[in-house]
Each structure stands twice: as C-alpha cells, then as structure tokens.
Design a protein around this ligand. Structure first.
Ligand SMILES: *[C@@H]1O[C@H](CO)[C@@H](O)[C@H](O)[C@H]1NC(C)=O
Ligand SMILES: *[C@@H]1O[C@H](CO)[C@@H](O)[C@H](O)[C@H]1NC(C)=O
Length: 259
C-alpha cells in the first residue's frame, strides 16, 4: 500500500454504548469512478443482488454471487466474522444491504464495514482478489505503558492468529489471547474474506499488522479494515465466545481513513 494519504478524516468517537452492531457501520467506500444513474439496469441488478446476499447469508455466514448479464452484471460478497452467531450475522447483513444503498446510491463499486460483517459489490468481478487499496483504521487513544514488551507479546499473538486464519478449516478466522500480566490480557483477531487463497489471506493480514507499528504504534487497541481482511487487537475481550462475559463495548476510539 502506498502511503499517499490523500484525505485524512478524524472523528472522535467516545463510544459508550454496548456493542450496538445493528447501529452504525464502521465505514463505507463509494467508488466515485463508477457512477451509475438511479434507474439504470446496473442499479436494479444491484437491488436484486442485495436481496440474494441477504437471503443466502444465514446458511454459513458467507455468500458470493452475481446477478444480471454482461455488461450490467454485478458481483457481490457478504461475509460475517466467523465468531458471530447466525442471528447477529443476518441482522448485520440486512443492515449493510440497506445502508450501502443509502450511502452509495450512485456507485457500481460500493463497500460497507461493520464490526460483525462486511458487504461489497461491483460490476468488475473482484471475487478471489486481494484488495488492500482502501483501509479504515480505528485506534484507542490510550497508549500502552510498556511498549517494548507489548510489541513482543502482540507480535507473537498476531503470528498465531494469522496462522489460524490461513488454515482452510478455520474459514478465514483466527483469534486468540495472551496474558500480559496477572490482570491484563491482550486479545487479537484476524478475519480474511473466504474467497481468498491462503497466501493472499496471509498477505492481507501482514499488511494490516504493518499498521500496528505505524498508525497504531503503542496504542492499547487497533482495528484495520480492508476489503479482504479485518484485523484487531484490544486489551479487553471483543470476540465470541468470551466465557461468561459479554464482548465489551468499544472504548476511546479514534478513526482514520486512508483512501
Ligand atoms: C499516545 O502517544 C502519542 C504519540 O506519542 C501521543 O501523541 C498521545 O498524546 C498519547 N496518548 C495519550 C492518551 O497519552
Ligand atoms: C450479557 O449481555 C446480556 C444482554 O445485554 C445481559 O443480559 C447479560 O447479563 C450479560 N452477561 C454478563 C455476564 O455480563
């Protein structure tokens, strides 16, 4: 990824609500180079494609499909994080399908990210292709107190998580935790889209992890959202199952977007 930060947007999000996943997306991308008009055949194919994605997501939390005929054919992908249950997954994709059309009404290439799911479509067939061209980064404004040992522990944990994510049987998901001290535990998760090859999944996660040292350096938490993978670490549990506890609300987050 070239570090040409054309546009940087900062929002201070002091999230106090409990994981309100059905609420706001973490981000979206409406590709302005792919303008279409409202009544166009592509636009109605997108509507039909979204209906297909929504109705097929429940079976295994992942759908790729297409709708229509060349040159108006559209390709779509919908996927939930592997640790999210069927009910939350379906609700997330339903929201994504509604929101993406509101946010990107005039684009053939559109993508939307939530904590629990991701959805995108395009007239170009992107299925199976790694894409880290557009990224959304969230980090915790607080810094760790011992950067050197933290970096080492994080490096070891993300290596494990990445190794899991590329295992075919894990369907793109890797997650784990490591105790930093008696009272502090570090949690990490990586999720690749399931259309990726092992090598592309490993590469996407590696690129995301690269931002831990740049954009998220010494931060207590970081989330990297690409079109091909989602990678996150926090000092609190945020994935399922979490023993008897619930996933915690996001805390003290700042978001940075690098198109
Ligand atoms: C964390 O470190 C960064 C970079 O050194 C600094 O700008 C920021 O103010 C620190 N954050 C807090 C909450 O101390
Ligand atoms: C988990 O969340 C549910 C719903 O918000 C709540 O009813 C339950 O008490 C929580 N459990 C724990 C262990 O915090």
């Amino acid at each position: 990824m070239g570090l040409f930060y054309i546009n940087i947007i900062f929002f201070l999000l002091l999230c106090t609500t409990f994981l309100a996943e059905s609420a706001d997306p973490l981000g979206d991308f409406c590709n302005k180079d792919t303008e279409i008009s409202k009544g166009s055949p592509i636009s109605s194919n997108i509507a039909a494609l979204l209906a297909k994605l929504v109705s097929n997501i429940a079976s295994n939390g992942y759908v790729t499909t297409s709708y229509g005929k060349d040159p108006n054919q559209v390709y779509g992908l919908a996927q939930c994080r592997g640790d999210v249950d069927t009910k939350d997954c379906s609700a997330c994709i339903q929201d994504a399908a509604n929101q993406i059309r509101q946010r990107c009404p005039n684009e053939a290439d559109a993508r939307i990210w939530y904590d629990y799911c991701f959805l995108r479509y395009n007239t170009k067939n992107f299925i199976g292709e790694i894409d880290t061209s557009y990224g959304i980064f969230y980090y915790n404004i607080n810094n760790v107190s011992d950067p050197e040992s933290f970096k080492k522990a994080l490096g070891n944990l993300v290596d494990k998580v990445r190794a899991q994510a590329v295992e075919t049987k894990n369907e793109g998901l890797g997650k784990g935790e490591t105790k930093l001290s008696e009272f502090v535990t570090l949690y990490a998760l990586a999720q690749c889209t399931r259309d990726l090859s092992k090598i592309d999944c490993a590469q996407c996660v590696a690129i995301a992890v690269g931002s831990f040292e740049t954009i998220c350096r010494d931060r207590q938490g970081c989330r990297v959202l690409y079109s091909s993978c989602y990678v996150r670490y926090e000092l609190y549990p945020f994935f399922f199952p979490i023993g008897s506890n619930n996933a915690s609300a996001s805390q003290n987050q700042i978001v940075v977007v690098y198109p």
